[in-house]
Ligand binder design. Structure first.
Ligand code: RNT
Ligand code: ZN
Length: 422
């Protein structure tokens, strides 16, 4: 394992090599430190939440695997998140779902949730200097069992979920206000059906009406940023999803709210990296759900894949860092859950660093002058630049383990903490 003087030495050499291409590594590291990634709390407990005794299916999303030691309480989940954060360089955010409310053992209906039910999360975020993001939970609930929530034809059910959305926005406003940083609040609903519907129009009309009602209350954008997330299909909604991409793209543009692009929510050969500059031609800001679909929307742990690199390149090349909120959305229950967070988040940050280290000006010049030969040659050559030395140095300077050294911390934590959970 590298000690700090080896890391510094390797960095010095890397800095020189990048400088030859006109890239400043110190600059890149400085910019990288200012980019928050929002860690999704639901990786820590397989998207279960802490509501009592429902045992209901999760609206077509599911973590597979039964690795021991998942968090059973909010305290455990926060502890695990802190452990993960201590192994990730930079200052980041945590994304909470409404089903992680702390209601003191009392059942509180989702349309009755209050900011007070999240004060444990808010106090913790304050103490640790994490930003918070929020999500409505429109699944794992008796009133979602029919497969329809905001688009339900049952007025009582539809109204219940509208009220849930309104409650979530007030909770999120509180989070944003208390933490001094706008809380990106995402609404994803599972609505759709397994087999071919007769009426595709009615549910969409009702969804639009529900969203209009939910977003009526004007809330300061300094505290709350509303976002909606579409999808292509889910388990049990293979033939029809009410909130499709076109539906929400239209809704977001018409209402000047954020669109959430999830990497697993499109046709298998479609990529969200190519959608960023398209949707940002019409929207001020977007949210990303960085995920890894394997053959379907499987939500595998994010790795340093070509698509992850392309996502980061698009954000950096397009100078969109202020307009793209980077959130994670994966859940794997077959490996150590803290390691899953650390791997996925470190990879996302690595992809951003790679993008910040591109000799963009040089590449642009090649392209603009029609020298496509040099463009391709350079794109391939930069793949073997000493990027790892810059990454290790960034970890060292951020006081987190460089290279694979973080794994030992997770293994120790497993022995001392998670393996002791029943
Ligand atoms: C589901 C969506 C949604 C959820 C989380 C838990 O397909 O991706 O974002 O994964 O809200
Ligand atoms: Zn998602």
């Amino acid at each position: 394992m590298s000690n700090s003087s080896t890391i510094e030495k390797a960095y010095g050499m890397a800095r020189q090599r990048y400088a030859e291409l006109g890239v400043g590594t110190d600059e890149a590291i400085k910019r990288l430190a200012g980019i928050p990634v929002s860690l999704h709390c639901w990786q820590g407990d397989d998207v279960s939440g802490f509501e009592t005794g429902d045992g209901l299916s999760g609206g077509g999303i599911m973590a597979t695997g039964n690795y021991p030691g998942k968090a059973r309480t909010a305290e455990e989940l926060r502890m695990d998140l802190e452990e993960a954060m201590s192994l990730i360089p930079g200052s980041h955010r945590v994304s909470i779902h409404a089903m992680y409310a702390e209601t003191g053992g009392k059942g509180v209906e989702r349309n009755q949730l209050q900011p007070a039910h999240f004060s444990g999360w808010i106090d913790w975020a304050k103490a640790n200097e994490f930003g918070l993001d929020f999500n409505g939970t429109f699944f794992s609930h008796p009133k979602a069992e029919s497969g329809f929530t905001l688009s339900s034809a049952d007025e009582g059910i539809r109204r219940f979920w509208v009220e849930h959305g309104m409650a979530c926005r007030r909770i999120a406003e509180r989070m944003g206000r208390e933490l001094g940083s706008a809380c990106v609040t995402n609404m994803w609903i599972p609505d759709g059906c397994k087999d071919i519907p007769i009426d595709r129009k009615g549910p969409r009309e009702r969804l639009k009406k529900s969203l209009d009602e939910m977003f009526t209350e004007k809330i300061d954008r300094n505290y709350l940023l509303d976002s909606v997330e579409g999808k292509l299909f889910g388990i049990g909604s293979e033939s029809y999803v009410v909130g499709s991409h076109e539906f929400y793209l239209g809704y977001a543009i018409a209402n000047n709210i954020l669109l959430c692009l999830d990497a697993g929510h499109f046709h298998p050969t479609e990529v969200i990296s190519d959608k960023i500059s398209s949707v940002l031609s019409f929207l001020d800001e977007i949210l990303l759900h960085v995920s890894r679909p394997v053959r379907w929307d499987s939500d595998h742990v994010v790795i340093l894949s070509d698509e992850l690199k392309a996502i980061a390149q698009e954000i950096v090349r397009g100078a969109y860092l202020d307009r793209v909120h980077i959130g994670l959305d994966f859940f794997d229950a077959s490996i150590n859950r803290i390691a899953a967070w650390v791997i996925g988040t470190r990879c996302t940050i690595k992809a951003l660093l790679l993008a910040l280290l591109e000799p963009i000006e040089k590449l642009r010049r090649f392209e603009n002058s029609g020298d496509l030969t040099s463009r391709l040659a350079m794109l391939e050559e930069i793949k073997t630049l000493p990027f790892g030395a810059v990454w290790d140095y960034y970890c060292l300077k951020s006081d987190v383990p460089a290279a694979e050294a973080w794994l030992k911390a997770v293994k120790d934590y497993e022995v001392n903490v998670t393996s002791k959970r029943g």
